[in-house]
Unconditional design. Sequence first.
Length: 257
Amino acid sequence: MRPFGNWLKHEKSVKSDLHERLIGENVPEHVAIIMDGNGRWAKARSLPRLAGHHSGMLAMREVVRASDDLGIGYLTLYSFSTENWKRPLREIEYLWRLVDEFFALDIEELVQRNVRISILGDTTELPAATQTTVNRALAMTVNNTGLKLQFALNYGSRREIVTAVKKIAQMTVSGELTVDHIDEAVFTNALATAGIPDPDLLIRTSGDQRISNFLLWQIAYTELYFVQEMWPEFKRRHLEEAILAYNSRERRFGGLK
Ligand code: FPP
């Protein structure tokens, strides 16, 4: 945890009445979010599911800005899981179009905010146009040193773990590593998240209380925070409330106070 770093930098975009209360508080270094409930949000308004995803993209934009303003170090957003391929093709294609739109419209602002974008997941299975947009965004922000914004795109934690196991097995076969040297650090470094601190806070919207194959190894000691709001309803204020709740928790990591 570290104190608010960028608070004053983007003061103009901080409007919530929680502003005063949060000054001097610590923010979690790494926040991960399961953005759930786009479909239910749309259904409740008799709108098509795709409208829910579009509103979800707008909520995501606000949360990215808020995270940067609050001085969060890493923000990881579960955007498309390996299981989401089971959805109707029309919905899947729309989600990729949204990714294209977000990276096209927001990239200038993200560059200006010194945000560094990275991807968790296998992007080679994405549509060619999306791969191009994503790669451009990665290249444009590669030297940035501010908020590390990670999109989990075509990501599944079990797949990530199996890939890591194969990598380690290969290293033992080639003699690079002996079985006795395999430990938690070796395993952590074989994951797609190597070098990234574990999430301090995991938020899930929409009232469901499950992890859905997201960062299973990495959340061993993460604080979990579930809210009833559907993702399109999740605003800067909700993120700030989550941080206040996080600060009231006592983290013991299995030890004593
Ligand atoms: C879960 O809601 C949400 C998703 C599967 C997609 C999340 C995507 C976005 C917020 C926009 C993505 C944009 C970029 C740039 C990454 P759901 O459809 O499962 O909702 P439901 O459970 O109510 O049906």
